[in-house]
Design a protein around this ligand. Structure first.
Ligand SMILES: O=C(O)C(=O)CO
Length: 359
């Protein structure tokens, strides 16, 4: 027993460096290894999650050992062959081609994200593959970043620091770098869920006058937490001084923020998106921002990601663009990593996951 635990520990250490997996193992260890479910981790996820996998003694895993470069598709298609479980991030497209490459052993997929637009849900359902994801643990970080982005956009912070650094700062001027304030404003939320509520809770102390929201149907329980009024899509556009997009990207919400929405918004309104770039028609947004149809936009998400540095949106002073960092706090990324690892292990044991996407 002692021997086999030692062997297992050695195995778990070796298994994280893919090239070494079998090279230096004794035949005993190899036999033991072959009985453990095989999983592939598509990214060097934060250490908490890897520790959970390593110390579980439940799986042998291979890892794409980089955080800077996503695993190339060709490599991914090779590596998933025959795995029982897959832990991925939002940069990997999990579609029919990949699931076919993985084959019938694949029973559990765990994504280290709350969004699941990178997953072909129909294909996963068809194959009976269970899905874990990471909602809730990132709500605070995303809400906090959304507020930061909203203020940076509406109070023109990026323009202001640029002016200060590059000699544009002359005498104090009465209307220079004026923006829009939250006090007495109407804040609209497109897609009210946990994150929308958390954003509103953080904005309320800024003396917001009214919260409004729209969704496929009223969500009275959530709305009552922030005293938000349900309105139509058009009313949301017309009334919002600040419009925060919080809906998931689905076929129904794809490019829902387009010229129809922007043309109804106030010239003084600020548009904020921390959900997915795909919910916005970026050509229409460029048009709205460059013609003064709306006052500004703050985007944490774009299509594609990364957004090419020569993209027209980067030429606009009234557009603040962040590189998809809403959940990027150490605490949250560790929590997402742990949750993704635990979801995977529970799924492989045939137990309910902590956060499972029910199809
Ligand atoms: O979890 C997600 O879906 C993200 O976008 C990362 O914050």
């Amino acid at each position: 027993m002692w021997c086999s635990r030692m062997a297992l520990r050695r195995l778990q250490k070796i298994a994280v460096t893919p090239l070494n997996i079998t090279g230096s193992l004794t035949s005993n260890i190899q036999r033991e290894m072959s009985t453990l479910p095989r999983i592939y981790v598509t990214r060097q996820i934060p250490p908490e999650g890897l520790k959970i996998l390593r110390e579980s003694g439940q799986v042998q895993f291979e890892l794409w050992n980089s955080d800077d470069i996503p695993v190339p598709r060709k490599e991914l298609l090779q590596k998933v062959k025959g795995v029982d479980g897959l832990l991925c991030t939002l940069t990997e497209k999990i579609d029919a081609e990949l699931l076919d490459a993985a084959g019938p052993n694949l029973k559990v997929l765990s994504t280290m994200s709350v969004g699941f637009d990178h997953l072909s849900l129909d294909e996963l359902k068809k194959r009976g593959i269970r899905i874990g994801y990471t909602p809730e643990v990132l709500t605070d970080a995303v809400a906090e970043l959304t507020v930061a982005l909203l203020l940076a956009t509406s109070r023109r912070l990026i323009e202001a620091t640029h002016e200060a650094k590059t000699g544009g700062w002359g005498t104090w001027r009465t209307l220079w770098l004026c923006g829009y304030e939250l006090a007495n404003s109407t804040v609209g939320i497109l897609g009210l869920g946990r994150i929308g509520v958390a954003i509103a809770e953080r904005l309320a102390p800024f003396k917001v006058k009214k919260f409004i929201y729209t969704d496929v149907a009223p969500r009275p329980e959530l709305a009552s937490v922030i005293n938000a009024e349900y309105v139509s899509f058009d009313e949301l556009a017309k009334q919002s001084d600040f419009l925060a997009v919080c809906c998931a990207l689905t076929p129904e919400t794809k490019e829902i923020c387009n010229k129809n929405l922007f043309s109804k918004m106030k010239k003084t309104s600020i548009f904020i998106n921390t959900s997915r770039g795909g919910v916005v028609n970026q050509e229409d947004l460029y048009e709205a921002l460059s013609t003064g149809q709306i006052a500004g936009a703050g985007l944490d998400v774009t299509v594609p990601e990364p957004l090419p540095t020569n993209h027209p949106l980067f030429t606009l002073k009234n557009c603040v663009i962040l590189p998809h960092i809403a959940s990027a706090s150490y605490t949250t990324r560790d929590a997402m990593s742990s949750l993704a690892a635990n979801n995977l292990l529970l799924g492989l044991r045939g137990q309910p996951m902590i956060k499972e996407l029910k199809l």
